[in-house]
Design a protein around this ligand. Structure first.
Ligand code: SF4
Ligand code: SF4
Length: 71
């Protein structure tokens, strides 16, 4: 299973945000909570569009299992 926030083109971690692979259950809550539709839940990945993301932190706060952490 490959869980992470990635740049779609470069596939590099961005925003200094981390996903705890053991906690994330692919509920999609963060995807729906993002006001800019910057998150997409793919089959095996949580992907963020860095062109849309403003690093607001809402997804970090909304995760029911605390799977997203920001530095
Ligand atoms: S930090 Fe804000 S804009 Fe970026 S993915 Fe999370 S909710 Fe969306
Ligand atoms: S809200 Fe949390 S548990 Fe749900 S998909 Fe997002 S990171 Fe994973």
């Amino acid at each position: 299973m490959n869980v992470g926030i990635r740049n779609r083109e470069a596939h590099a971690s961005i925003l200094k945000m981390r996903i705890d692979r053991k906690k994330c259950c692919y509920c999609g809550g963060c995807v729906g909570a993002c006001p800019l539709n910057a998150l997409e839940l793919w089959e095996t990945e949580l992907v963020v569009d860095e062109d849309k993301c403003t690093d607001c932190g809402i997804c970090v706060k909304c995760c029911p299992v605390g799977a997203i952490e920001a530095d």
